[in-house]
Design a protein around this ligand. Sequence first.
Ligand code: ADP
Ligand code: MG
Length: 728
Amino acid sequence: MTTFRFKALSETLNRKPVKFEEKKKYSEIFGENVFSENSMRQFLTKDAYTSVMNAIRIGSKIDRKIADQVASAMRDWALQKGVTHFTHWFQPLTGGTAEKHDAFFEPIGGGNSIEKFSGNELVQQEPDASSFPNGGIRNTFEARGYTAWDPTSPAFIYGTTLCIPTVFVAYTGEALDNKTPLLRALQAVDKHATAVAKYFDKNVNKVNSFLGWEQEFFLIDKALVIARPDLLLTGRTLLGHSSAKGQQLDDHYFGSIPQRAMNFMRELEYECMKLGIPLTTRHNEVAPNQFEFAPIYEEANLAVDHNSLLMDIMGKIASRHNLKVLLHEKPFADINGSGKHNNWSLGTDTGVNLLSPGKTPMRNLQFLTFFINTIKAINDYEELMRAGIASAGNDHRLGANEAPPAIISVFIGEQLTKVLNDLENVTNGKLSPEEKTELKLNVVGKIPEIMLDNTDRNRTSPFAFTGNKFEFRAVGSNANTAKPMTILNTIVAKQLKDFKIEVDKLIESKELKKDEAIFNVLREYIKKSKRILFEGNGYGKEWEIEAEKRGLSNNKTTPQAIKEKVSKKTIELYKELGVMNSTEIEARHEIQLEEYSLRIQIEGRVIGDIALNHVIPTAVNYQNKLIENVKGIKEIFGDESKKIAKDQMELIKNISMHISDINSDVNEMIEERKKANVMEDPEEKAFAYCDHVKPYFDKIKYHCDKLELMIDDELWPLPKYREMLFTR
Ligand code: ADP
Ligand code: MG
């Protein structure tokens, strides 16, 4: 009998690499499948072009007649590229992307037909989306959902389909997707950051939020994944003894990229270029068979779309190379999981990065203003930032000595720490001319223009300043970046709004000069935000103790962490900034709790199935072999056999013990699941899954992994860690 595992292994070993040849230079194909400004100029009338550009730049409405023109231009552009269908492309709360394709083709009678695409079809669609999670919104309001064209993210072609980026909202206006709140948050940060930026330059009319993500993932042979029910159904291995060689030798990071992975990456990059995703970096990551992709940063809305699109097409292209992409945060125990760093900055329409120091003291005061306000925002909303990255998968990664802990802190480096210390001593009220000169020359003036090389890159910090941007490193690999980006931009918007009010008040009431008022407010912010600054080792146990003293949250599990999403403070924040109303907030919380429970439930079912139907039968099988062996020894050696077969008998006993432990653990877990399943309240249920069901996984895994080490390798049915991680 050949086990499933050996069939999979032989399939893997017999693979011929699927070659990929780039037919053109990247610069020739970049954006060719995007209805970009260039294609718009070519295909649209002048009026329509201006109208769309205004919608993109200042959010003005596009009227029906113009929409018809845009639609037919899009259709003409798409048809010449062999497109047959169109879809509204959106990001529902399930986390992925959704699409429903409709053909342009329409019969018009008499055996004739045309290719049709109207303004109505472009602007609005009503997907039968009743099975998307909505947290009761649509039931409560008896409203249906519709998708609406978002002109700020350009339409693109994938395969033979024209994809139109849209938002997904209920007829009553509530957002049913991840994009709508992000767009609102970006509007808020634009408004308040522009107002503050005007202190320094009256010509600023818009502030954009930028995002550069770094996507980590594993690439595993398809046949091996299919032979592991846990990987196939949950995205992670629920059991499996660690490989003798893992990542100890640090020989994978930045090593030469294996050929099969390389072929996949080249094809993916080629597709990305056509889609206008500026993917420029690829390298091996720390764990074996783990890799990373990073693009050049873009305006946050587009960057979020591009990341969602990438996650979708990665799977499709990998499949052509007989590989599976694992985006789970922790697919394998004992080696690193995957994250997605979110590099974030703010920039003006005059081309200035507000988080980058400059040549003049004024530019540096502007930099310090945005820098310190960001720190203050994180300080005030650290718990919400943690909530924004919570997921069942990311819970395994945070605080596991490979990723930042569940405690949010900010790393700024030695130089800027010194600058903040100096600023803390600025005089209260009016500044003397000497002090002003001193500040200009020796504090603000001393911030070097380029700090990239000077910042000590503390990899253990969840939120680090890296020279001209902040890097949020605790985001999970599988996350939709709209979620953390909505939170970050909202809290910074709120902070800048408050800052402006305080500065204006000081200017009016105390007759301070603008820069004096700014220094005064920043000084107080530095004092108030001290607890969030941490330069030490974020992985250490000492930091947990210290952080607790500082009153920082340390929410280790998703149900606990996301409580903050529905706190009074959060609801007020979102309401004030116009990002979400309480219905939207509560609906999202409920959806996330349900999703969490379902994920743990599925994991529980899968681990139970593998333990009872794969591991135990294999163990019994091997035990029978041993029993036969002992019987044989007895036949030959009679009384002496007890001594001779001692080890075999011990093994038989051990196997029995593990089998019995597995059986009782699985049964107890099933009982806990039953209890959780009848709970009505989604939060109570999520906590039950988290605290009472999930703990059995490790117990069951422990015994299964022990058996894996005891049982004849030839009988073991599941691909082993070494096979998944080192087969290339
Ligand atoms: P790392 O050392 O973490 O790999 P890199 O310097 O390679 O960092 O940059 C990582 C990401 O940061 C890239 O996606 C890059 O485009 C992005 N990035 C660079 N500058 C900015 C910025 N000003 N705002 C946002 N993202 C940026
Ligand atoms: Mg990084």
